[in-house]
Design a protein around this ligand. Structure first.
Ligand SMILES: [Ca+2]
Length: 425
């Protein structure tokens, strides 16, 4: 018998001030907590087919071999996990109440979601890569579009990618930052949100990031220093990574106006670190140390600790090489086992990596002395390919699946799943 879960509710423990009044309202109908017993096969009122995504076969990083959840006997476990731990993040649009099992349908049906971020009012914004829509998931489990970002030209692995808000100024400056691909470049824009939380007209703040069908980077996050960090890829042109005049294959650090941030290691440059192939995950731990995931070419995926001005080796080396002048990863994986996109720091300080091809959530313990423990492989195959991981508004670890573009979508995919602390620590 599963334990009763607390409903998802706006957290007052996140340490952030209330946001704009229109976005700060408490949820009117938070889903009720219900005990869950043995999971029946099927979902009662569910069963709508997920959106069928494209199945591409190419040399990109997005898990060409993602298998989806096809393992015999796994489906029961997936439903069990959803019912016992995680359900009610997304409520079916037609949901009018719990079913005979006391459950709401769990159907996010996101189309190629890429980035999920928590707003100060505990709602979650999710970017959809190919549709260029931004969806808002409210604490009562409803998904609504807040708008479509104009000018996005998706092709292969690019499109509408990262999102970020500056939570420290959000109440007074309600602005969203987004990273996306146009027909000619990747760029970062700022987008005002109106009183209803809908998108205004974007203003480009950083343009000219190399784009290609593959290796576009795309994660955005504000660091603890208040500056905006931007991850980029080599865009299929490997020399970009070592060329300090190129914005490709870098982690960039900029102001909210898109200018190089004060204190950057190369004067007048937004470059913070270089020698990267394709970084799609960044996070800071409680000591301020910056972590980044990186897709390998065909051998080693990486988890790196980022220090300013450092060279992480690509394309000269992949993985740990112990070569002078290059920073080695603190952990590495065979690409079939991982292919990590988003990362997050968990409640216990561990680093979590959302793995696409590896169809897993990797947990890397961090010891008191800053060293890392043996990585633990969680959720292997349970949810298919994983694109992003985040600390949800309830403080738990949440994941975003990625089955509508490369994997095998199940009814309700792609989905956001909140994981219990009993699983993630
Ligand atoms: Ca490297």
């Amino acid at each position: 018998m599963c334990k009763t879960l607390a409903p998802w509710f706006p957290s007052s423990t996140m340490g952030y001030a209330a946001t704009a009044p229109s976005l700060a309202a408490a949820p009117s109908a938070a889903p009720s907590a219900t005990p869950c017993g043995p999971a029946p096969r099927g979902r009662g009122r569910g069963g709508r087919p997920g959106r069928s995504g494209r199945l591409l076969h190419d040399p990109g990083d997005d898990g060409t071999q993602c298998r989806g959840d096809r393992l015999p006997g796994r489906s029961l476990r997936v439903v069990h996990l959803l019912r016992c731990h995680d359900v009610r993040v997304c409520v079916h649009p037609d949901d009018t109440g719990p079913d005979e099992h006391g459950e709401h349908d769990e159907h996010c049906e996101l189309a190629v979601p890429w980035s999920a971020i928590v707003l100060p009012d505990s709602s979650v914004l999710v970017s959809e890569r190919d549709s260029a829509k931004i969806q808002r998931l409210t604490p009562d489990g409803r998904l609504t579009s807040v708008g479509t970002v104009p000018g996005v030209a998706p092709n292969g692995e690019d499109g509408l990618l990262g999102l970020a808000v500056d939570r420290r100024t959000y109440a007074s400056t309600t602005v969203l930052y987004a990273y996306f691909s146009t027909a000619s470049d990747n760029r970062v824009v700022r987008i005002p949100l109106d009183a209803q939380g809908r998108l205004g007209a974007p203003t480009a703040i950083l343009t000219g990031i190399p784009r290609a069908a593959y290796h576009n980077g795309g994660r955005l996050a504000f660091g603890p220093d208040g500056y905006l960090y931007v991850t980029t890829g080599d865009a299929g042109t490997q020399p970009n990574a070592q060329n300090l005049d190129s914005l490709g294959g870098k982690i960039l650090r900029i102001t909210t106006e898109g200018k190089p941030a004060p204190g950057n290691p190369f004067p007048g440059s937004p470059v913070w670190s270089y020698g990267h192939r394709n970084v799609q995950g960044i996070a800071w731990d409680s000591t301020g140390r910056m972590w980044a995931s990186e897709f390998g070419q065909s051998t080693w995926d990486e988890l790196n600790v980022i220090t300013p001005g450092s060279n992480y080796g690509w394309p000269t080396v992949e993985g740990a090489a112990a070569r002078s002048g290059f920073i080695d990863p603190v952990r590495q994986w065979r690409t079939d086992d991982s292919s990590p996109s988003g990362i997050a720091i968990g409640p216990d300080g561990s680093v979590f990596l959302a793995a696409l091809k590896g169809e897993s959530l990797w947990k890397v313990p961090v010891n008191a002395d800053g060293s890392t423990g043996e990585p633990q492989r969680l959720l292997r195959g349970d949810y298919g390919c994983l694109r992003d991981v985040l600390t949800g508004p309830d403080g738990n670890v949440w994941i975003v699946t990625n089955n509508t573009s490369r994997g095998t979508p199940k009814p309700g995919d792609d989905r956001i799943v909140r994981l219990p602390q009993s699983l993630t620590g």
